[in-house]
Unconditional design. Structure first.
Ligand code: SF4
Length: 382
């Protein structure tokens, strides 16, 4: 069961309540380089990004946000640290949301209050982002003190269980993150501002999971899920799938970002794959392909990768299977909207459970793509 959160809007995208879990990403370009930033956002839109965030480290970056916004089609979120004047300018430029970590605003609560007032005037949302990185050092210090105190009072050096210590440290850190987020929310609520979503990110999935779980027991503001600094494509995708997947399976999370040290366009398919796996979104291709083995009779890895690449921009929900031999091939291919079951240099093409024809290996790709195209609306079939 999805946890019931209050609904807010970022531009025209609803977040929380019964809205679909929204997929977002962040540009890697220098925001002031308008051409590159717009080009990257348009590429993100093509693969299904629904909200995009850009970094605003300097006033030069803030001042081009209006121009960027005019040329894109999805809500624009300004990512601000330290200097609240950047947030105020971003809001003047017409962004749809600002992402703030109130803990690192130089002028603290007073600065947050100015941002809140500006958000209220323009009717836009704010993400309160609490990151474990900024609280981590303090917790480590507290833990060291705890260990030392125990040694003094016992009179002997007692070795604690490292796993137990890590768990305790994690819980403490998560609790501090949640308390900080709730404190910042209360500052906003005192100004009667409620268009808030919250993120509680950590590069350690277990810490993030703990923090999001705790927060969701104490508040109904919508949650932006992310495992921050998750790493390069493979480790980052796996960490995100584990961290986000566990929370989403528990009904927690209203919008997600998969953070990868890779082109941001690569984050989007990973996000949708996580959501499709949990049957939370069904956009695009649900892809089944066998890993191949000693029984394989076609080059299943090459065909599967090429089919996946060629269908990366499809938005219509469609189920495609590419299977290597007769053992599991016909069953999976028959269950798909379009399936290929390989065998001895040729393959059987299925469409909606029916055999359409048998084709030689060199025609696999064209045959699968042709059948998929016949099931897509015209604008996607081209
Ligand atoms: Fe191996 Fe055939 Fe199964 Fe593919 S479908 S993994 S080739 S047995």
């Amino acid at each position: 069961m999805r946890r019931k959160t209050r609904q807010i809007h970022v531009g025209d995208v609803p977040i929380g309540g019964d809205a679909p879990i929204a997929v977002q990403s962040m540009c890697t370009t220098y925001t002031r380089d308008v051409e590159s930033t717009v080009a990257q956002i348009l590429r993100l839109e093509e693969v299904g990004c629904e909200l995009v965030r850009v970094a605003v480290p300097e006033m030069e970056d803030a001042l081009v946000l209006g121009e960027i916004k005019k040329r894109i089609h999805i809500p624009l979120i300004a990512d601000i640290h330290y200097n609240h004047q950047l947030a105020l300018e971003a809001i003047r430029q017409g962004v749809d949301c600002v992402r703030i970590n109130p803990g690192n605003l130089i002028h603290g609560r007073k600065a947050l209050e100015e941002i809140v007032k500006a958000c209220k005037e323009r009717g836009i949302a704010m993400r309160i982002g609490v990151n474990s990185g900024s609280l981590d050092a303090l917790d480590k210090q507290a833990q060291m003190q705890r260990i030392q105190i125990r040694r003094r009072s016992d009179g002997v050096v007692e070795r604690s269980d490292p796993a137990e210590e890590r768990r305790r440290e994690r819980e403490q850190l998560a609790e501090r993150m949640v308390n900080k987020a709730l404190e910042y929310i209360s500052w906003c609520e005192e100004l009667d501002f409620h268009e808030i979503k919250v993120s509680l990110k950590s590069s350690a999935p277990l810490t993030a999971i703990e923090a999001y779980r705790r927060f969701s027991q104490r508040s109904d503001y919508p949650l932006h899920l992310g495992i921050t600094e998750a790493g390069t494509l493979v480790p980052g995708a796996v960490k995100s799938a584990v961290g986000l997947g566990i929370l989403l399976a528990e009904g927690i999370g209203d919008t997600i970002r998969v953070s990868l040290s890779a082109e941001p366009e690569q984050e989007i398919p990973v996000a949708y794959e996580i959501l499709r796996s949990l049957e939370l979104r069904n956009r695009g291709v649900t892809f089944v392909s066998c890993p191949s083995c000693g029984r394989v009779e076609i080059d299943v890895i090459e065909v599967a990768n090429e089919v996946e690449r060629r269908l990366a921009k499809v938005q219509t929900p469609i189920h495609v299977a590419v299977m290597g031999c007769v053992v599991n091939g016909p069953g999976e291919a028959r269950d798909a909207d379009v399936g290929l079951a390989g065998g001895r240099g040729k393959g059987v093409i299925f469409r909606k459970g029916q055999v359409v024809r048998t084709v030689p290996e060199e025609e696999f790709l064209d045959a699968v793509l042709k059948e998929v195209a016949s099931l897509l609306p015209e604008h996607e079939a081209r």
